[in-house]
Ligand binder design. Structure first.
Ligand code: KIV
Length: 272
């Protein structure tokens, strides 16, 4: 059954996501950055729409997620929210908006909620940002965690390679996940870690674990531009391409150029 035939049209809540984990129902999550795309993603039955700071890469063409600003994330999230009826909308807190101290973190999370109308925020990190996460939760804002490969720390890691292959890092990730779940995060994204470790986290915490390059979990997330094949330059092992929009768009736009230059467009039916 195609996803867009999902019979439950009620708005997805953090509570329902927890029930889905308990019932063994998988959670589909995808990024979106604009109104038109979010409307399609929502209609297709995606449960969580992430306004990811990957907008920095795929929308703005930056090499990392670091340059995107709070104002830019708010612009993207507000556009997405306008297109969504059913999915839970999560907005990434961009680099620099929650690392300084908990007060600044909660203030910026409040701005995101107030100015976008989204349902939750996502932050990268474990115990080192736990005080900030608690403060944001205390303000009544649902928080999603993000562990494993955390792209905002790329300058510390120096590489986008698989994380937590070593025992010590794997143990730290397990205790970080437990701390985030205990603090009250409604879900955790695990990025690019061994599948065996993902499985351990799935079994050890009672909140939904959403994987990207981490093997089977309670749900999966992908960057929409990557899974639709808009960008041919990014081909990690974990990425499944569901379309070849690069070719579709190139052919369509090429045809348009040809039609304009040959005076085929506009024809008599396409004018007033
Ligand atoms: O910004 C993003 O798109 C993300 C996903 C990769 C999980 O954080």
């Amino acid at each position: 059954m195609p996803g867009y035939l999902v019979d439950d049209t009620r708005k997805v809540t953090t509570h329902r996501l927890k029930e889905m984990k308990e019932q063994g129902k998988k959670i589909a999550m995808l990024t979106s950055y604009d109104y038109t795309t979010a409307k399609i993603v929502d209609e297709a039955g995606v449960d969580i729409i992430l306004v990811g700071d990957s907008a920095s890469n795929v929308m703005a063409g930056n090499h990392t997620t670091l340059p995107i600003t709070l104002d830019q994330m708010i612009y993207h999230a507000r556009s997405v929210v306008r297109g969504v009826k059913r999915a839970l909308v999560v907005c990434d807190m961009p680099f620099g908006t929650y690392q300084v101290n908990p007060v600044e973190g909660v203030r910026n999370a409040i701005r995101i909620m107030q100015e976008t109308g989204c349902d939750a925020v996502k932050l990268e990190g474990g115990v080192e940002i736990l005080d900030t996460i608690r403060k944001i939760l205390d303000a009544g804002i649902p928080v999603m965690g993000h562990l494993g490969l955390t792209p905002q720390s790329i300058n510390k890691f120096g590489t986008y390679a698989v994380r937590a292959r070593e025992e010590a890092e794997a143990a730290r990730l397990l205790s970080d996940a437990a701390a985030l779940a205990d603090a009250g995060c409604f879900g955790i994204v695990l990025e690019k870690i061994p599948a065996t470790l993902t499985q351990k986290v799935v079994e050890s915490v009672d909140v939904p674990i959403i994987g990207i390059g981490g093997g089977p979990a309670d749900g999966q997330v992908l960057v929409i531009d990557d899974m639709l094949g808009k960008n041919k330059d990014f081909s990690p092992k974990f990425l499944r391409r569901y379309a070849d929009l690069h070719t579709v768009m190139l052919d369509a736009i090429g045809q348009y150029v040809t039609d304009v230059k040959s005076c085929d467009f506009p024809n008599e039916q396409e004018q007033y």
